[in-house]
Design a protein around this ligand. Structure first.
Ligand code: XBP
Ligand code: MG
Length: 258
């Protein structure tokens, strides 16, 4: 089991890592919920990029509210308002991904298939709402999501979101695995800090919103997983690297660090 990459399990972030969900998925859904509620709030692409520093949709909305209307955001009703907005936002997001608005990033399906074929265990560790994960994976990978990922750690199941390591610790506990038996896949600094905090080696594949972030000490820091004819580039084990991230590549990186 897992001989090829010398680990037993791969743990994946969702937003930004499996798919570019933020700009055309979450952001659009937030704006639809705001408009529906009669709010003048609108998050353009650049504004949303800055707001991604705050992980979690409810936390992000409350932070934004505090920044534009500190007094209103202090009202005891604010938490309820945010929760209701978030329910609407989740419904919009689930509908959007169900309509096929979001595709998997290149190489994701290939690596998941290879890992499954090699008997590796797979899990999810994400900040987003569980319904969103099921909707996205259902729309992109097909219906049998629970049979592919044995553990899905998501949303409010832990009290503190990334960069806190809680969600990774929870997933490791559920799987009864030590961090050294697993590899994590992330796209953002907040996600990488969470994985690192849990003691996990991490492959970072940056995307539209995270290309400028820094990841010193990550096992690999690439622009994607790559596909034949569409190679990933970046650094692995601090050396320049270009190729397709497969179990052989992962095994070589783990090996050289052992
Ligand atoms: C993802 C997030 C999430 C989504 C919105 O971070 O921060 O908050 O933007 O999802 P990561 P919800 O990829 O590091 O897990 O609105 O469902 O919270
Ligand atoms: Mg992410």
């Amino acid at each position: 089991m897992g001989m090829k990459c010398k680990r037993q399990a791969l743990i994946f972030d969702v937003d930004g890592t499996l798919a570019e969900t933020e700009r055309d998925g979450h952001r659009v859904a937030f704006n639809q919920a705001f408009a529906e509620a009669g709010l003048q709030w609108h998050w353009d692409v650049a504004t949303y990029g800055r707001l991604l520093a705050i992980t979690g949709g409810k936390e992000r909305m409350l932070h934004y509210w505090q920044s534009i209307d500190p007094q209103g955001a202090r009202d005891p009703q604010a938490i309820t308002t945010v929760a209701e907005l978030h329910r609407r936002k989740t419904a919009h997001y689930v509908r959007l991904v169900g309509e096929g608005a979001i595709r998997l990033r290149p190489g994701v399906r290939r690596l998941l298939n290879e890992a499954r074929g090699a008997g590796l265990r797979l899990a999810i560790a994400t900040t987003t709402t569980p319904e969103n994960v099921v909707a996205l994976l259902g729309a992109t990978l097909g219906r049998d999501v629970p049979s592919l990922f044995e553990v899905i750690g998501a949303g409010d199941i832990v009290p503190r979101k990334k960069p806190d390591p809680a969600i990774y610790n929870w997933v490791l506990e559920q799987m009864r695995l030590e961090p050294g038996q697993c590899l994590a896949f992330e796209d953002s600094r907040n996600g990488w800090l969470a994985a690192r905090g849990a003691g996990l080696d991490t492959i970072v594949t940056t995307g539209a919103y995270t290309a400028e972030e820094s990841f010193e000490g990550a096992l690999a820091h690439l622009d994607g997983l790559g596909e034949p004819g569409e190679l990933a580039t970046g650094r692995a084990r601090e050396a320049a690297w270009s190729g397709v991230v497969d179990l052989d590549a992962l095994g070589a990186w783990v090996q050289s660090g052992a």
